[in-house]
Design a protein around this ligand. Structure first.
Ligand code: MN
Length: 153
């Protein structure tokens, strides 16, 4: 535990938190995403969880992925569109999004503004899987998902 994070109080300004590094979304540059930043607000091994803040810039998107671990998301800034499982929905500030194990998910900042969200997750978790060509084909059988992914035919 670093010293900054063990401080009881850290202030907020402009969607940054005192003592929290402002990081690129994922270290692996081969993962497909666009203009996303990540801040780890709490990393609590004793509680078994982490709370992160991700921000997708206007027109950006998070990685389309799935994994065994779940996510509990609260939209903190702006609005956009999210895919969870086989459902595409508009999301707005303060909405909650529950991502179940193995549900495909992606967040897109489709409304011309940033989309920022808090994401609670297990501290110990499996690595995300990316869709294969066959997975994408299967997802895009749903016209809402095809349009969401920009693959409408
Ligand atoms: Mn995920």
């Amino acid at each position: 535990m670093d010293q900054e994070r063990s401080r009881p109080f850290r202030s907020f300004a402009d969607y940054r938190w005192e003592g929290v590094a402002h990081l690129p979304y994922k270290e692996d540059a081969t993962t497909p995403f666009k203009t996303v930043t990540r801040q780890v607000l709490f990393h609590e091994p004793d509680m078994g969880c982490e709370l992160r803040y991700f921000e997708v810039a206007a027109d950006g998107y998070s990685t389309l992925e799935r994994h065994e671990h779940a996510h509990a998301v609260l939209i903190l800034r702006g609005s956009g569109t999210a895919l969870v499982g086989d459902e595409v929905r508009a999301v707005d500030t303060n909405d909650l999004v529950a991502i179940a194990p193995w549900a495909w998910h992606q967040f897109r900042a489709t409304k011309g503004e940033p989309l920022g969200f808090l994401c609670m997750v297990n501290a110990l978790r499996d690595k995300p899987q990316l869709p294969t060509a066959a997975d994408l084909e299967s997802l895009c059988a749903n016209p809402d998902i095809a349009a969401f992914l920009g693959r409408a035919r």
